[in-house]
Design a protein around this ligand. Structure first.
Ligand SMILES: *Cc1c(COP(=O)(O)O)cnc(C)c1O
Length: 368
């Protein structure tokens, strides 16, 4: 069965092979007589699924031994509260606001700490990244928050900031909800990274937190035990029932990622090479088209989420309807930005972007 290409921003496309395997194992996982949803989270079967998923994620993202991998719930937005509850100690945290998601993080943290704005790209309608050398970092910040990839505005850090080089001792917190596993993560620059699974990892309901172990154990008294990173880490993410089916699905995606190859590369390195090729194909076409436009500064364009506009916005509805008829789904832009947005997560193959560009070219020829 060939399915349409799904360019949704999240929840987003999953690899066909992963969905087919989950379907095949739905009623009986590996001869256990149970589906994964029906298993005890403390049983031997789920224990095997959990430990394999954790080990595979650690290998794929090259997570150092002094970082803990936590499987939590609540999504990226809950982390906007859980991070300051665990890391701020009620003091100061710095925020680099580069779009809607980091804006929300900055606002939510105000409930738990002194949330300062270190830099913002609002003056350019979130189409640039402020140079780290210009950031106003607080001497006493408990952490500095950035959003690695702004899913709505299509702005992505091509390298994470080196806070130590900027004279800061604070750990960097990265929201990698929408670009996790699309490129390697430089853990030497990171104290904590978090992300909801539903963009690049698996189904909604699972949240991944990867945290350096010296940052555990400082939660504010108000922090719910189920969201205290030390409690979660000490209980191997099983202080309460974890999102078992989400962890299983993520584990299937990790196995799929390990099988991917691209020009001699494997795993996340292969995905990065493929994501560069996919996004370059689309951006180059847009820039040369004279009909479509992407307004983001070329130095920080997202490989994952490509917002673009038609020269004549009155054609938006027909563009979307014709795309859908050709099996190109969920291309409508976020309401706050307008226009179109193509999300090119790991599960979108190069051929999917070729099909999209072919539709765009054909449409522009007819209407240009
Ligand atoms: C989608 C997204 C979120 C929100 O995640 P929820 O799981 O809906 O809470 C946060 N940050 C980024 C960068 C996102 O893309």
């Amino acid at each position: 069965m060939t399915r349409p290409y799904n360019f949704a921003p999240g929840p987003a496309a999953l690899p066909d092979e992963v969905l087919a395997q989950a379907a095949a194992e739905m009623l009986d996982w590996h001869g256990s007589g149970m589906g994964v949803m029906e298993m005890s989270h403390r049983g031997r079967e789920f224990g095997a699924i959990y430990h394999q998923a954790e080990a595979d994620l650690r290998e794929l993202l090259a997570v150092p031994a002094n970082f803990r991998i936590l499987f939590m719930q609540g999504g990226g937005l809950a982390e906007n509260a859980i991070v300051p509850m665990n890391l701020s100690r009620g003091g100061v945290a710095d925020f680099v606001v580069t779009g809607s998601w980091s804006q929300k993080s900055h606002k939510e943290a105000q409930r738990y700490c002194t949330s300062k704005l270190a830099a913002s790209n609002a003056a350019t309608q979130h189409t640039t990244l402020p140079d780290p050398a210009s950031w106003q970092l607080s001497a006493d910040a408990a952490y500095v928050h950035v959003c690695g990839n702004e899913t709505i505005h299509g702005v992505e850090f091509q390298t994470l900031p080196d806070l130590a080089a900027l004279g800061s001792k604070a750990p960097l917190v990265v929201d990698f909800s929408s670009n996790v596993a699309s490129r390697p993560t430089d853990w030497s620059r990171v104290g904590l990274a978090f992300g909801g699974a539903q963009k690049n990892i698996g189904p909604a309901g699972l949240t991944i937190v990867i945290v350096r172990d010296d940052l555990l154990g400082h939660a504010l008294p108000v922090c719910p035990s189920a969201f205290d990173y030390k409690v979660v880490a000490d209980n191997e993410s099983m202080f309460n029932t974890p999102p078992t089916f989400g962890i299983y699905m993520a584990g299937l995606v990790f196995q799929w990622l390990k099988r991917q190859t691209e020009g001699g590369l494997t795993g996340v390195a292969a995905m990065e090479a493929r994501n560069i090729a996919k996004s370059t194909l689309l951006y180059d076409y847009i820039d040369g088209s004279g009909f479509y436009v992407n307004k983001v500064d070329k130095a920080c364009r997202s490989r994952m989420n490509v917002p673009f506009f038609l020269a004549d916005e009155s054609l938006n509805e027909s563009f979307l309807a014709e795309a859908k008829a050709k099996g190109l789904l969920q291309l409508k832009g976020h309401k706050s930005v307008g226009g179109m947005r193509a999300s090119l997560y790991n599960a979108i193959p190069y051929a999917g972007v070729e099909a999209l560009v072919s539709h765009m070219r054909e449409f522009a020829t007819r209407h240009g």
